[in-house]
Design a protein around this ligand. Structure first.
Ligand code: OSB
Ligand code: MG
Length: 353
């Protein structure tokens, strides 16, 4: 099946978060993303969502740099091209260095478009097998609010709770929180905050009972991650360090982590992510799907990703209503008995409004 890419349209979406999201790197109170709509030579429309932030605090891309790269560089490369398979988009974009979040937004829209043309749900089109995805939420609040937010999440049925930590977090306090819910899995995400060679401090979090600690050190601090993996019982998981399949290979070679967070935005889209998954499977590296405080288009792609065999830890999958007054998809994503059920409709399976 060949598709001629006839139109690519961008739409900016901006909404306040219901409650501020606090990390050591940034407080997020409002979110702006770019929704990408790709049309081929049929009536179908494929959707992607560019999830870069307003300033480069998570990685070096921003929503403005992405808008520029999308409009001035990537859209002209793809417009009027004939594509036999969505993997070809990654090849066409190879003339452009970096800018993986911008690339991902269009590339993912093309995958949605192809799934729709095949009249197949995206999760099946990519080889997914799981129709229900375990929900997981992130607690990114001041210590005074952690207990309350964890209690709320437990009540809402979330089976996995990720708590943001940093060197000033209190391990003994966190241990009381974790031990109060023996039936739930707790992850910790440090967003690189132990980077000042605080390995000794990190070790004090080994007794908390976290399933894993995500990104304790800086994204290029491979050696510290290697030492952490050797010296802690808790599994070490990398987020910001993993921008490509080469980075995963580096982690494996240096024994710098046990698990990775898959984010299609950071990796450049479906094609590179599927390559990363094969590499992780071949090397028994654990995987789960991470969130970016995004809207439903990105979430729908992430749910399809989480459906793939080999994704063996619960991801950042909260209901639409967790962050947003009103999501941009219909129906909204909802959590039932701790799970999110995938749609049987073609493509991402949701209507974009
Ligand atoms: O480090 O995982 C992270 C959100 C924005 C940027 C980075 C991260 C996060 C999260 C996920 O923690 C939040 C979510 O969307 O559920
Ligand atoms: Mg993270």
């Amino acid at each position: 099946m060949a598709v001629i890419i006839e139109g690519i349209h961008l739409e900016t979406v901006r909404q306040p978060l219901k409650t501020p999201f606090n990390t050591v790197l940034q407080q997020v109170t409002e979110r702006e993303v770019i929704v990408v709509a790709v049309t081929g030579d049929s009536r179908d429309v494929g959707y992607g969502e560019c999830v870069a932030f307003e300033t480069p605090w998570y990685n070096e891309e921003t929503i403005s740099s992405c808008r520029f790269v999308l409009e001035q560089v990537l859209m002209p490369v793809l417009t009027n091209k004939t594509i036999e398979h969505p993997q070809e988009v990654w090849e066409l974009f190879k003339v452009v260095k970096g800018n993986r979040m911008a690339k991902a937004a269009i590339e993912m829209a093309v995958w949605d478009l192809f799934a729709k043309q095949q009249e197949e749900p995206l999760w099946k089109f990519v080889g997914g097998t799981q129709q229900s995805i375990p929900a997981g939420v992130v607690v990114a609040a001041d210590p005074s609010k952690i207990k309350e937010q964890v209690a709320q999440a437990a009540k809402a049925g979330y089976q996995r709770i990720k708590i943001k930590i940093h060197p000033d977090s209190e391990p003994s306090f966190l241990k009381t929180v974790v031990y109060a819910y023996p039936e739930l899995q707790f992850f910790a995400d440090a967003n690189g905050s132990f980077s000042g060679h605080r390995l000794d401090r990190l070790k004090e979090f080994d007794e908390v009972g976290f399933t894993l600690i995500e990104q304790p050190f800086g994204e290029r601090q491979w050696d510290l991650h290697t030492q952490a993996k050797k010296q802690l019982k808790t599994k070490i998981c990398l987020d910001e360090s993993i921008c490509s399949a080469e980075d995963v290979q580096q982690m494996i070679d240096l024994e710098a982590g046990d698990i990775i967070v898959l984010k299609m935005s950071r990796l450049g889209g479906w094609t590179e992510t599927l390559k990363v998954i094969d590499l992780c499977k071949a090397n028994t590296i654990g995987m789960w799907v991470g969130g970016m405080i995004e809207f439903g288009v990105s979430k729908a792609h992430n749910l399809a990703l989480a459906s793939l065999p080999g994704i063996n830890y619960p991801g950042d999958f909260s209901a639409s209503a967790h962050f947003w007054e009103k999501d941009i998809i219909e129906p909204e994503i909802s959590v039932e008995n701790g799970k999110i059920f995938l749609s049987e409709r073609p493509g991402i399976g949701y209507k974009v409004v």
